[in-house]
Design a protein around this ligand. Sequence first.
Ligand SMILES: C[S@@+](CC[C@H](N)C(=O)[O-])C[C@H]1O[C@@H](n2cnc3c(N)ncnc32)[C@H](O)[C@@H]1O
Length: 244
Amino acid sequence: MRLVELGAGTASKTCILLEAALRLSDDVVYVPVDVCSNALELACESVACLLPEVRMEPIVQNYVTHPLELEPFDGTTIALYIGTSIGNFSPGEAQLILRNLRFQLQSADALLLGTDMAKDEATLLAAYDDNDGITAAFNLNILHRLNTELGANFDTAHFRHRVIWNSIESRIEMHLESTREQDVCIEDVDVDLYFSPGETIHTENSYKFTDHGIQSLLNRAGFAVIEAWKDSRSWYTLTLACLR
Ligand SMILES: C[S@@+](CC[C@H](N)C(=O)[O-])C[C@H]1O[C@@H](n2cnc3c(N)ncnc32)[C@H](O)[C@@H]1O
């Protein structure tokens, strides 16, 4: 059995699934795919340590700009797209990612998709604007990275983390709002920016799903839902789908 994981990160949750796969097959291959080579190194180290029987075939690749081309495999392949990563893409991009994946799978293969569900606005806003400021620090980190990696001169003290629930698009939007008039230069790419007070940089989207939305996304990408599981509050759904 082969498990192929898009956006595997450090694979912190995947060992549960790999252990289950080892109960079904004594030949388990794990193909974690991530754009971040450091995360994949950690993933390989932890899987090798916990489950040395699993064969690792990591792929450092951007699965959006360079769609996967899987090696032929003699056995079942389960594609994993968990951790709600799909929510960071627009509906059109999400469909394209799943459609590309679909064409790498054979008739007996399957997809396990994780999605964060639409829920009340207060809960969503609190999740993205936590009291400890963890998400705010994550959001502001993009400005630190632009400063250190592209010679920008953002003064992070004059941008604040802002979260908006866009109910029409069913997505949380993260923004960085300029708290005053300011000029910024991104030297390495020769870009000069002017910000007025209240103007925002739209940094990230996180789409929230409904059961109907998951089903239609999967159907349009060439999958059919087999079964879905939710947590007790129905905040998160794991959907198993086969090829249509
Ligand atoms: C939110 S993390 C999820 C990690 C892991 N799946 C989990 O659930 O804990 C998203 C991961 O996807 C990776 N990623 C995001 N966009 C990607 C892309 N276009 N191609 C490859 N990896 C990507 C990131 O580097 C990151 O490791």
